[in-house]
Ligand binder design. Structure first.
Ligand SMILES: C[N+](C)(C)CCCC(=O)O
Ligand SMILES: O=C(O)CCC(=O)C(=O)O
Ligand SMILES: [Fe+2]
Ligand SMILES: [Zn+2]
Length: 433
């Protein structure tokens, strides 16, 4: 079972926490202990209040449902007709719409609405009829509260921020492979905290592939299905040396960088090779407060990244990414930064170059403050899983002994596949709708 301990820090209410962490520990917490992840809050499922009344507002072309609990929901006629659940309009075996858009009248009226066997039954002007389940409707209510609750249930976008005092969520590798509850707790923490440590994997190659099969499939890149982080002659990437890797996200040279990264320690160095991790979302929010100008520049200027060479096959990759990606509402969605693959090509007017460098300096200095960096050391059989859209990670240089030296095996996955498994596990473990 996955356990972790911290006084939770959340968006907007962050408090600096005390105490440095070194090697990740299976944190035993008598009071909150192992229940923590298994008891994640149940998402909104409706709780099925009955329908008191359903009536068509013909002028507005809205169906109004008054619920037993006193609340009320509005559903546009067009949306209801579009989402008719009957076997003509829906391919039941695929749970997909078979109604063609060309056959949807986006100005449809409604002939009749009735309550039958606790279903909302609608007759349309062409005498086609639709039946809707109250729970199904309630979940899809258009109020902003209901939409927000359903979006959180679907995408789990609420995050908990952390700093150097992170008590890293830790679980047992074998349990995650074999137990659905443990796997669910792992993925929920991976989403919410952004990093989960797994211990007890065999110290041999092949474990990141095994773990990715627990999800579905891994993300192939030019570095292969899985890749070996080792000190290599004629290295095609700075990661494949024994040098220090400053805090970075992997693969900003792609326009769609891998969402999730696994790193498994097969062999550790005798000296050096410690790992570092920083909560990039937390840091971006801190930058927005401390240096709004730098935040604006890093979230609006696109920076060129480049990566060329040969590995799985030969490659010549170019991308343009914001170092801080924000969505249309200004929320930070992804950090894209690897100083090694940042291109010498810099596609911006000459007067923006110095402000860009100053802004990046402010961000990197913020990231690197000791109070923000969580440091740990992997031992053979340890496996770290983390959100590569959110965290920056690094490693200290190490003393290389050539062959038989430090060896990590890595793999990438995308968030779509990880979230898919998470939803299926939620349903299996909790019976969520
Ligand atoms: C570890 N490796 C070589 C697969 C990728 C390193 C990250 C990067 O080049 O952005
Ligand atoms: O060697 C490590 O600990 C991390 C390697 C890394 O960050 C990478 O391969 O991109
Ligand atoms: Fe990396
Ligand atoms: Zn139908």
């Amino acid at each position: 079972m996955l356990s972790y301990l911290t006084r939770w820090v959340s968006r907007g209410a962050f408090q600096a926490l005390k105490g440095a962490s070194s090697r990740p520990q299976l944190v035993k917490t008598p009071h909150i202990g192992n229940q923590t992840l298994a008891a994640a809050p149940l998402p909104f499922t409706g709780g099925s209040p009955g329908v008191r009344q359903a009536r068509a507002l013909d002028q507005e072309r809205l169906l109004q449902i008054d619920w037993d609990d006193g609340s009320c929901s509005l559903y546009p006629f067009t949306w209801l007709r579009d989402n008719c659940q009957c076997p003509h309009c829906t391919l039941q075996s695929a749970q997909a719409r078979s109604l063609l858009f060309s056959n949807l009248d986006v100005h449809t009226g409604m002939d009749q609405v009735q309550l039958m066997d606790n279903k909302v039954s609608i007759t349309w002007p062409d005498q086609h009829s639709s039946e809707f389940d109250p729970d199904w409707l309630k979940k899809r209510c258009f109020s902003s509260e209901a939409r927000q609750a359903l979006q959180e249930e679907l995408f789990l976008n609420e995050r908990e921020y952390w700093d150097s005092s992170l008590q890293i969520p830790t679980a047992d590798f074998q349990e995650v492979l074999h137990d659905d509850k443990a796997a669910l707790a792992w993925l929920e923490a991976l989403r919410r905290i952004g990093i989960v440590y797994l211990r007890g994997a065999p110290a041999e190659q092949g474990q990141v592939a095994r773990l990715s099969q627990r999800i579905g499939y891994l993300r192939l890149t030019f570095y292969g299905h899985t890749w070996q982080v080792q000190d290599k002659p004629m290295a095609n990437n700075v990661a494949y040396t024994s040098g220090e890797l400053s805090l970075h996200t992997d693969y900003p040279a792609l326009h769609h960088p891998p969402g999730v990264q696994f790193l498994h320690c097969v062999r550790q160095a005798d000296q050096g090779g410690e790992s570092e991790a920083v909560d990039g979302f937390h840091m971006a929010e801190q930058l927005r407060r401390e240096d709004p100008e730098a935040f604006n520049i890093l979230s609006s200027l696109r920076v060129d990244f480049t990566d060329s060479g040969a590995d799985y096959c030969d490659f010549s990759v170019q991308s343009k990414n914001h170092i801080i990606d924000v969505d249309s509402e200004g929320r930070v969605t992804r950090i894209n930064y690897n100083n090694a693959t940042r291109d010498s090509v810099l596609d911006m007017p000459v007067h923006q170059v110095q402000p860009f460098y100053s802004s990046l300096k402010a961000f990197v200095e913020l990231l690197s403050r000791p109070e923000n960096v969580f440091t740990y050391r992997m031992e053979p059989g340890d496996l770290v899983t983390f959100d590569n859209w959110r965290l920056l990670h690094g490693r200290k240089s190490y003393l290389s002994r050539g062959q038989n030296s430090r060896h990590l095996e890595g793999a990438y996955l995308d968030w779509d596949e990880v979230m898919s498994r998470l939803r299926i596990l939620q349903k299996a473990v909790r019976g969520d709708s």
